[in-house]
Design a protein around this ligand. Structure first.
Ligand SMILES: NC(=O)C1=CN([C@@H]2O[C@H](COP(=O)(O)OP(=O)(O)OC[C@H]3O[C@@H](n4cnc5c(N)ncnc54)[C@H](OP(=O)(O)O)[C@@H]3O)[C@@H](O)[C@H]2O)C=CC1
Ligand SMILES: O=C(O)[C@H](O)CS(=O)(=O)O
Length: 492
């Protein structure tokens, strides 16, 4: 563990972005009882800030403020809402360096990755500032001479989110932007580990002119209580969650009592398949970004790497060499490619998957243990001779461990890839166009990357099938999740 302290305010150009109070109904406020919780730097272990720790009572107030603001916000013209979202986008870009520093300090990812995440998050705000003006209804030829049929598209109302620590900026932006574009109001509860990014975004949203009550940020360590408030409060009409499938199931059960509309971006178990007709150098490059982005703490990370027998050794040698070039360190330090894991719990999960695989016959090629830096730093790890009976085949590692599986035929690869309850992202490298067509159609996933290891963009629909989730985020489809459809039958 690095022992240097992070004086976050000294790093920032605009210290006012380091906000530690909750944002409720357009006002910055402490918790009613003054309670706070510590936000620590996972690289250094020091306390970055003490943030207001809200309970259901304050969150209920934020929901009431959202209800009070929503109708006026929806009555504004789409152009007006678009203009405010555009200003928010501009402010996020203007403050990208500060937002990135805050993100790295609380989450750990290297500054270049944090900067990329902030711009990725901002791209959703930009995209939905444009989509706001493209929500169209329908007119339908009447079923009787005196009937005129129209279809109206209206905002759902008050929406709420629960988001994880791995993308503390982009996951908020990817949900708030379409909701506000649609005319919804929004209450966001960020993860305990990483509330500062969300609070900084709210500072900029307020400056952009988002009206009081339209957006609230409710940091809290009482995750379960806040989730129940969101699911039980009759004012909340929409819940959007990103996180584990386990918690997604809990929320869906709770939301069922009100038949609440839910969007769920849940766990993954992405297969990354390298066929013998692949460009091996390109496949290695793709596998590196797909596996080690955010230190493997990404729901669309390669979790299983399947390599066809004819190219297995060649791929393994090149992949090993690439992994050895990774530089583990403090995300705030120049040249770091790989930061710390978010917590000790995350380290234990990676270690458990490595031990299970080695106990069942896998071979350790690189890494395999906590890094000399201590704390939650971990050595990027490569295992070969991994087999489907090992835990990593069915469970999301969510860390820097790359397991290589060998396969013989295309049919075997597709069967192995689909043998999971998850269905978020899958990737494969091949050059034969018939094979590419067959495999992209056969993979049971919401997202398929072909000859690429990175698929994240605001223009495409992001989401999973099976137990990886419900709904889509981004793209022209993303705003649908925050709209209702009303059929009007007029008798003339
Ligand atoms: N699909 C994705 O992008 C993600 C997938 N995951 C998967 O989940 C695993 C565990 O990671 P973890 O961060 O613990 O993910 P969790 O699903 O446990 O946490 C995600 C968010 O949900 C909150 N939460 C937890 N329990 C409840 C509850 N009962 N009611 C309401 N909210 C709740 C958490 O709060 P709190 O802040 O208190 O933890 C956090 O804000 C990872 O190893 C990975 O496999 C994790 C993150 C993102
Ligand atoms: O939750 C995640 O891991 C992110 O959705 C991944 S991405 O959108 O940055 O690809």
């Amino acid at each position: 563990m690095l022992d240097t302290q992070t004086d976050l305010r000294a790093i920032l150009k605009d210290g006012s972005l380091l906000e530690t109070r909750a944002f409720i109904g357009g006002k910055w406020a402490d918790a009613d009882d003054g309670a706070t919780f510590e936000v620590t730097n996972p690289a250094r272990g020091d306390v970055l800030a003490k943030v207001a720790d809200l309970t259901r009572v304050e969150v209920a107030r934020a929901i009431a403020a959202a209800e009070g603001a929503q109708k006026d916000w929806a009555r504004r013209t789409a152009k007006d809402r678009a203009g405010i979202l555009r200003r928010w986008f501009d402010l996020m870009v203007e403050n990208v360096d500060d937002l990135a520093a805050i993100l790295t300090a609380e989450q750990g990812k290297p500054l270049p990755e944090a900067r990329a995440e902030v711009l990725y998050g901002a791209s959703f705000v930009e995209w939905f500032s444009e989509e706001a003006r493209r929500v169209y209804g329908d007119t339908i030829p009447g079923h009787q001479p005196d009937k005129r049929i129209t279809v109206l598209r209206q905002p759902i109302g008050v929406a709420a989110s629960i988001t994880p620590w791995n993308f503390p900026n982009a996951m908020i932006a990817r949900k708030v932007a379409p909701a506000l574009a649609a005319g919804c109001s929004f209450v966001a509860r960020p993860a305990t580990e990483t509330p500062l990014s969300a609070l900084a975004m709210a500072v900029l949203a307020e400056r952009a002119g988002v009206p009081a009550g339209v957006l609230s940020i409710v940091p809290s360590t009482h995750a379960s209580d806040i989730g129940k408030e969101f699911c039980e409060n009759p004012v909340v009409r929409k819940l959007t969650f990103t996180g584990s499938t386990e918690v997604g199931r809990i929320l869906l059960r709770q939301a069922a009592d009100q038949v609440m509309k839910c969007s769920m971006e849940l766990g993954g178990n992405a297969p990354f398949i390298v066929f013998d007709d692949a460009d091996i150098d390109a496949a290695v490059e793709g596998a590196m970004v797909c596996k080690f982005r955010n230190n493997g703490q990404t729901c669309v990370c390669a979790n299983r790497i399947y390599v066809q027998a004819g190219v297995y050794d060649a791929f393994a040698v090149k992949f090993e060499a690439a992994i050895k070039k990774l530089r583990v360190g403090d995300g705030l330090a120049e040249g770091t490619t790989t930061g710390p894991l978010i917590s000790g719990k995350a380290v234990q999960k990676v270690q458990a998957h490595i031990k299970d695989a080695l106990d069942k016959g896998a071979k350790l090629v690189v890494g395999g243990k906590p890094h000399d830096l201590g704390g939650t730093f971990f050595e990027p790890t490569l295992l070969t001779d991994v087999t489907p009976d090992m835990a990593v085949s069915q469970e999301e590692t969510f860390g820097p461990m790359a397991p290589l599986f060998r396969f013989e035929t295309e049919e075997e690869a597709v069967a192995l890839a689909n043998d999971t309850i998850f269905g978020l992202a899958a990737y494969f490298y091949a050059r034969d166009v018939s094979r590419v067509t067959r495999v992209q159609e056969a993979l049971e996933y919401g997202i398929v990357g072909v000859n690429t290891g990175i698929i994240s963009t605001e223009v495409a629909p992001f989401g999973g099938v099976k137990q990886s989730g419900l709904g889509r985020e981004g793209s022209k489809y993303g705003i649908e999740d925050f709209m209702e459809m009303k059929y009007v039958c007029l008798s003339v």
